[in-house]
Write a protein that binds this ligand. Sequence first.
Ligand code: ARG
Length: 469
Amino acid sequence: MTDKSANSMWGGRFAMSPAEIMQEINASIGFDKQLAPQDIRGSKAHAQMLAEAGIITKSDAREIVKGLDQIAAEIAAGTFEFSRELEDVHMNVESRLKTIVGAAAGRLHTARSRNDQVATDFRLYVRDAIDGIDAALEGVQQALAEKAEKHAATVMPGFTHLQPAQPVTFGHHLLAYVEMIARDRGRFADARKRLNESPLGSAALAGTSFPIDRKKTAEALGFDRPMANSLDGVSDRDFALETLAAATITAVHFSRLAEEIVIWMTPQFGFVTLSDRFTTGSSIMPQKRNPDAAELARAKAGRVAASFQGLVMVMKGLPLAYSKDMQEDKEATFDAFANLRLIIAAMAGMIGDLEPNAEAMRAAAGRGYSTATDLADWLVKELKLPFRDAHHVTGTIVKLAEKKGVDLDQLTLSEMQSVEPKITKPVFSVLSVENSVKSRTSYGGTSPQNVLKMARQWLRRLEKGRGKD
Ligand code: ARG
């Protein structure tokens, strides 16, 4: 005898309902309900195409579309009841459609499979996510470029190996991130271009004998064209992988800035302050002001990267075409996007909020013999020493300053001359951090004049919507 609770979608072949654990491991409704808006969009386009191609009647298509609109409204209102017995979002929607419009609902799945359905839904979802992330990234570029314009001449130490290297300007440092984000946006745009083909109509894997019009559904859903191979259509997830790779690189970029904020916030550095809006206190140490938002942004990059790696492992070695393994593509992707959105929003907030402490930065920029390269360059330019010799002379002068416990510009001329007799008084003009940054006028260099020009160029580009090319 047939078990009444056997699945209504394939009850014809199945006599028994699934084991509890089978439902537990199989059901994806807990997370793929997030795909409902895309699922409904896809189904509407499919139904309309079926009617235009004469595969179902116009009145059936109208009923289906009306029913789907009602379902969309129910979901938006939170009144839709998702059921685990119905496994996933596709069957939940279709089953509800049946109770709303009756027999016509049974015709929606003509010339379609959940395999091309889910591939379509997921592409639409990833495309929507890319668009949202791109807009958020543009906002961060704007915030960074504005701050950079304001601080084009604010001197800070530039580091290599986190050791003071040469003075740079704060604006220059911020613009480095504007450049990174431009490439991040470029990567998302690139992934979007390749993603934007429609799998709908691939059916289960082999295509269909119904006279469907794949170009029509592709166009209705904003895709550039239908995918050319039905096997590829249902089994490809590289659009998700590529997007997750772009998300990972973006998150890694933000984790670097987050780390810098953490470092800059320490009393030892004291380069920036964040207001109460982006810091927390300690329940035991009253003096603490902790940069939790920056720390979490830094940490979440690990999570985004893990999502990418997780999906890479899911896809590795999967034979064509569809396998249920691919259901595991969603949670990782949802989680990565949700966390990337959080990272971007928190970083945008912090960038707007943070105030540089110009005195502390300037003082630090002068420490650590950061103008030693300027001294060496002066020896080359003025005394015509070969750079290697100039490097050696400068090293000896630094050693002398170190021994006396003073900065380079605090040495006397005769002390310098004790190392290199030809040195003259004008050498002191290159030893200040201001003159050091001012002299870095090569293209892409840190001179305040360059930085101001670049910041303004970025602001103009952003105004024209050209922040990623
Ligand atoms: N929930 C499934 C997924 O996300 C939908 C596709 C099911 N296809 C199938 N042949 N069982 O992958």
